[in-house]
Design a binder for this molecule. Structure first.
Ligand SMILES: [Zn+2]
Length: 112
């Protein structure tokens, strides 16, 4: 899985929406608040990025909350167990996979 870093600021409202989106898609991320983290701020300035949210996904930067771009860059998708609706992380481009739900042990196959 790729490392995801989110550059954020406490007062930024689209950051909140973006965080929700990351949680819903089970994307684990590290948060860097540019108002308190001078290093993070410099890191963005060095790349001529001056807005939050900005995401670093693997080696790629995404500026602004762009769900399509984010999903394109992360290497998993979330599928729901048909029995108990638990959300399960599934890798992409691995063909047909057999998945076992961690909650109800229901087994099913998914195309990835
Ligand atoms: Zn289940």
């Amino acid at each position: 899985m790729k490392d995801v870093i989110m550059f954020t600021a406490q007062t930024c409202s689209s950051c909140k929406i973006a965080k929700n989106f990351l949680f819903q898609n089970k994307i684990q991320f590290e948060q860097k608040d540019i108002n308190v983290d001078a290093k993070a701020r410099e890191e963005l300035l060095r790349r001529n990025i001056c807005g939050v949210p900005t995401f670093l996904i693997g080696k790629d930067y995404v500026t602004g909350f762009n769900p399509t771009k984010i999903l394109k860059l992360v290497d998993h998708r979330v599928r729901e167990c048909k029995k108990c609706s638990t959300k399960i992380r599934v890798p992409i481009n691995k063909g047909t996979l057999k998945i076992k739900c961690s909650e109800c042990a229901n087994e099913f196959s998914v195309d990835t």
